[in-house]
Design a protein. Structure first.
Length: 393
């Protein structure tokens, strides 16, 4: 890989490591430490992810209109200042405000890291984006492993560690990013807002909407591991450090499991079939979690979940790229990313309401029902496109 891609890998790892100190423990902190309901915690996470979506769109516009360097600096300053204040003030009101601001600032920076990977290494294709994807999960593994142990000492140190990592990220950006920005291929850059003004190929866009409706529900289900299931593990007596270890398993398996996934996808070659198989694995993981009563069972469920995730997550953007008309790949990928954030935004609130009003067991049945829908949307999403292609020929 080129030197600039390695720099992006390091930056992504630092950024996600800092975030992974915090996000696996948000619901636990609000529910167990601050005494708020799961529904309230879900509402705050909804605002956090909503701010991340807005930050994503703003970052995309600034990336095109100003520069990648200035966009990352602005986003990081917002997140850094918020994280520093959070380290000193984390009762429920400042916690909620600063969490939303961190979501906005981080939302501005992360899409730029992906976009820069493609811009500075256009001939790398999928390899450039996969390098950032693996770096993200390396950050998850490191951050989640450390976060649980730090939180067991004191939650105060979690906020300090988060601020320190943002400081390190900001320093590396200042040293390395400006020169890299001069080498990016601006022809590859495009903003979601700019492209959304003109949707010309309606059949392809309708297909994208159908595909992403199933993707949204998959993320609603997946987000329960970061919210309601995290609180459930505390209720049955699993320590914080062991809960964080679950995310270390997740990130570690994604990094180390790439050769296995490459072998599997050499046999399961179609993206549709990868979604079918991956979604089935996801459902099985929630069945295991439903009956889990100790850490070992949750670890098994997480390992199963991770293999399902590794099949589904890359397949949807690949299908979206196939659907995209010429010159519209940026808009289609931005739409997929926004849908994923939408699932992370609504999932904790929906799950929290179900658990608060009923119980965790009902939530598991609701999740299994939701995960049946992507089988349908994946099967039918491209029928209109296929028909249009046949008529054209």
């Amino acid at each position: 890989m080129p030197k600039h891609v390695w720099i992006l890998v390091v930056l992504t790892t630092i950024n996600v490591t800092g975030a992974s100190f915090l996000w696996p423990l948000n619901t636990i902190y609000m529910h167990n430490e601050l005494g708020k309901s799961l529904a309230f915690a879900g509402l705050i996470l909804l605002f956090n992810q909503g701010a991340a979506i807005i930050g994503n769109l703003v970052g995309g516009v600034l990336f095109d209109k100003i520069s990648a360097y200035k966009t990352v600096v602005i986003g990081t300053i917002i997140a850094l200042i918020s994280s520093i204040f959070l380290a000193f003030y984390h009762s429920i009101l400042p916690y909620s405000i600063f969490l939303v601001l961190i979501g906005f600032g981080a939302g501005m920076t992360r899409p730029v890291l992906f976009a820069m990977a493609g811009s500075v290494w256009p001939e790398g294709g999928r390899r450039a984006f996969n390098a950032i994807y693996v770096a993200q999960n390396l950050g998850v593994a490191i951050g989640a492993a450390s976060g649980g142990y730090i939180a067991n000492i004191s939650f105060d140190y979690i906020f300090v560690a988060n601020a320190i990592m943002f400081s390190v990220f900001f320093t590396v950006v200042l040293v390395t990013f400006k020169s890299m920005d001069k080498e990016r291929n601006r022809q590859m850059s495009t903003s979601v807002i700019e492209q959304s003004k003109k949707i010309t190929n309606k059949s392809s866009f309708v297909a994208l909407l159908i595909l992403c409706s199933g993707f949204l529900l998959t993320w609603v289900a997946y987000s329960q591991w970061q919210s309601t299931i995290s609180s459930h593990t505390q209720d049955i007596g699993i320590p914080l450090d062991l809960y964080s270890t679950l995310w270390t398993i997740n990130g570690g398996l994604i990094v180390l499991g790439q050769p296995l996934i490459k072998w599997i996808t050499s046999y399961i070659t179609t993206q549709k079939m990868q979604i079918y198989v991956g979604n089935t694995i996801l459902m099985f993981s929630f069945v295991v979690a439903m009956f889990a009563e100790n850490f070992s069972m949750f670890a098994i469920a997480m390992a199963i979940l991770t293999f399902g995730e590794m099949l589904v997550w890359p397949a949807v953007p690949t299908l979206a790229n196939d659907l995209a008309p010429k010159g519209r790949a940026g808009f289609y990928q931005g739409f997929v990313n926004s849908v994923a954030a939408g699932g992370r935004m609504t999932g904790p609130l929906v799950g929290g309401l179900i658990v608060d009003l009923y119980n965790i067991q009902l939530l598991f049945f609701v999740i299994l029902g939701l995960l049946l829908i992507p089988f349908i949307t994946t099967r039918i999403f491209d029928r209109g496109v296929q028909t249009e292609t046949a008529d054209a020929s």
